[in-house]
Design a protein around this ligand. Structure first.
Ligand SMILES: NC(=O)c1ccc[n+]([C@@H]2O[C@H](COP(=O)([O-])OP(=O)(O)OC[C@H]3O[C@@H](n4cnc5c(N)ncnc54)[C@H](O)[C@@H]3O)[C@@H](O)[C@H]2O)c1
Length: 250
C-alpha cells in the first residue's frame, strides 16, 4: 500500500526504537524519508535498512534541543527532496528515577529541552515548510504518561503532558491551512529507551501492567502513527491517541 508515494517525511529519533520503525514503514509505503537523530551512525543504520528494501531515505544529524539544529534539519529535507509533507517529532529521553523534591535540576532542564522544546522547535520549522508545500500532517510522540502520572519521573511526565496541550493548540492554529497535528501516546514499548537499564524481572512486571499482558512493539506504534499521517485520517486533528494495550483502562 504505497499511499505515501511522492510525500516527503521527516522522523526525529529515527536511529532507534519507535522512530526507526516509523521511518521504515513510511519509506515502505512510498515516502521519501529523512531519518534524523543526534546519533548520526544510528540514523545511517536506519537508512541502510530502508535502502536494502529499495526505499528512498537520507540520514541527517540533529539535536532537537537546539533550535538552529532543527531549523537546519528542516532546510536539509527541503533541499534534498523539494518540500515537506509529513513529520514525526519522536526523539525523546527518559531521565533518572528520583522523587520530585530530589530531582536534579540539570536533568529536569535536559528533559524539558529534548522532550518539550525539541517538539516545539520541530513544529515551528516543519509547519513553515509544510505551508510552502501545500499542507501536511504531523505526529508528536507523547506517551500514556501524557495522561497519567508515574512516580519518580516528574520531568518526563511533565513533558509528555505538555505535548498534548502543544499539539491541540498548534492543531487549532493550522487546521485551516491544511496541516493536521496529532499526538500519540504509547504505553511501555520494547525499545532500548525502556529495556537498556532494566532487568528481566522488572520488564515482566511492566508487561503485566497492560491488560493485553505484554509490552508493545515499535511496529504497533508505527501503525497508529502512519494512520494519523495518512489521508485516511483526514478528519482527525488536535487529538491524542493511545496505543497502550489497555494500560489506561485501569
Ligand atoms: N519505549 C517506550 O516505552 C515509550 C513509551 C511511550 C513513549 N515513548 C516515546 O517514544 C519516543 C521514542 O522512544 P524510543 O522508546 O524509541 O527510544 P529510543 O531510545 O529507542 O530512541 C530514541 C532516539 O532518539 C534519539 N535522540 C535522543 N536525544 C535526541 C536529541 N536531542 N536529538 C535528536 N535525537 C535524539 C536517540 O539517539 C535515539 O535514537 C520518545 O519520545 C519516548 O519518550 C517511548
Amino acid at each position: 500500500m504505497k499511499n505515501f508515494k511522492d510525500r516527503v517525511a521527516i522522523v526525529t529519533g529515527a536511529g532507534s526504537g519507535i522512530g526507526a520503525a516509523i521511518a521504515i514503514e513510511l519509506a515502505a509505503r512510498g515516502a521519501h524519508v529523512v531519518a534524523a537523530d543526534i546519533d548520526l551512525a544510528s540514523a545511517v543504520g536506519t537508512v541502510t535498512k530502508i535502502s536494502a528494501t529499495l526505499g528512498n531515505a537520507r540520514a541527517c544529524q540533529v539535536d532537537v534541543a537546539d533550535a538552529p539544529s532543527v531549523e537546519q534539519m528542516v532546510a536539509f529535507v527541503v533541499e534534498t527532496f523539494g518540500g515537506l509533507h509529513l513529520a514525526v517529532n519522536n526523539a525523546g529521553i527518559g531521565g533518572p528515577s528520583e522523587t520530585t523534591a530530589n530531582y536534579p535540576l540539570d536533568d529536569w532542564q535536559k528533559i524539558i529541552d529534548v522532550n518539550l522544546n525539541g517538539v516545539f522547535y520541530g513544529l515551528k520549522y516543519e509547519i513553515a515548510a509544510m505551508q510552502e508545500s501545500g499542507g501536511g500532517a504531523i505526529v508528536n510522540m507523547s506517551s500514556i504518561l501524557g495522561t497519567v502520572g508515574w512516580e519518580n519521573a516528574c520531568a518526563y511526565v511533565s513533558t509528555k503532558h505538555a505535548l498534548v496541550g502543544l499539539t491541540r493548540t498548534a492543531a487549532m492554529e493550522y487546521a485551516g491551512h491544511n496541516i493536521r497535528i496529532n499526538a500519540v501516546g504509547p504505553a511501555f514499548i520494547d525499545t532500548p529507551l525502556l529495556t537498556k537499564n532494566l532487568d528481566t524481572e522488572t520488564i515482566e512486571q511492566l508487561a503485566a501492567l497492560h491488560p493485553i499482558g505484554r509490552l508493545g512493539t515499535p511496529e504497533e506504534v508505527s501503525a497508529l502513527t502512519c494512520f494519523l499521517l495518512s489521508d485516511n485520517a483526514s478528519f482527525i486533528t488536535g487529538s491524542y491517541h493511545l496505543v497502550d494495550g489497555g494500560y489506561t483502562t485501569k
